[in-house]
Design a protein around this ligand. Structure first.
Ligand code: AR6
Length: 231
């Protein structure tokens, strides 16, 4: 009986190991082809002038919660310069929280050229949008609309007319879009963050109670939208 029992245990262990390996294989496959990777910029911290220290706390918090909730998903925070203050703050805080660096890391580069210039595959990218969901302005929004071409405007219109601060909308990127063809981006998720710039709409006049709540909601909404695309 004992021998049978230990054999049964071995079989079970074998099965578990197999399952575990399959899990790892699935994970590394989807990381390699970018199919479960979201690249996102730091929402609200440039044109919208949100405080960087507070923003970095919110990024690390929402990322940690999200990674706990879902397996086989990878998040990448992108900024243009290796001197980016938001990237270093987030790196420091993510390390303190022992966030798995295979599942969340920072990356220096243009979010619209991650594959061709950076060798990083990401099927979904986030855009720091404006409430009208219109091209132009500066920063990521201008870059994303420029790289994606007109088909992003049409596709966006089919999904939403406008955004409220703290919300996001996921837009399937038509396969004719150069951003889809060149970079392998299948979806753009537009996110509207809180605004601390008096020259922009929905100015929060330094109200960081409201602003932090909205930035939290913006990231949660972005990540949940991403999870529903991957699933
Ligand atoms: N690739 C990666 N990161 C970038 C890129 C890029 N091409 N361009 C900028 N960043 P911002 P916001 C970084 O200003 O503060 C627009 O006009 C940048 O260094 O794009 O949410 C819209 O129309 C910063 O870390 O977004 C809105 O009206 C981050 O992306 C308004 O700006 C966000 O900077 C939104 O302002």
């Amino acid at each position: 009986v004992e021998a049978m029992f230990s054999r049964a245990m071995e079989v079970e262990k074998g099965l578990n190991d197999k399952k575990k390996n399959e899990g790892h294989a699935k994970e590394s496959d989807c990381y390699d082809d970018g199919s479960c990777t979201l690249a996102f910029p730091s929402i609200s911290t440039a044109d919208f002038q949100f405080d960087l220290d507070r923003a970095s706390d919110i990024i690390v918090d929402t990322v940690a919660n999200f990674l706990q909730k879902y397996d086989s998903i990878r998040l990448v925070l992108v900024d243009l310069s290796k001197k980016s203050r938001i990237l270093s703050l987030v790196e420091e805080k993510a390390a303190k929280k022992s966030i798995d660096s295979r599942r969340f890391f920072t990356f220096v580069g243009d979010i619209t050229q991650l594959h061709t210039k950076g060798g990083l595959q990401c099927s979904v990218i986030a855009n720091a949008a404006n409430w009208r969901l219109k091209p132009g302005g500066g920063g990521v929004n201008a870059a994303v609309y420029n790289a994606a071409g007109e088909s992003l405007q049409h596709a966006t219109k089919k999904c939403a007319d406008a955004l409220r601060p703290g919300t996001s909308v996921a837009v399937p990127l038509p396969s004719i879009s150069p951003l889809h063809q060149r970079e392998g981006v299948t979806h753009v998720i537009h996110v509207l963050g809180p605004n601390m710039n008096p020259m922009r709409p929905d100015y929060l006049n330094n109200d960081y109670t409201r602003g932090s709540k909205l930035l939290h909601e913006a990231y949660s909404s972005l990540f949940e939208n991403f999870a529903s695309i991957v699933r």
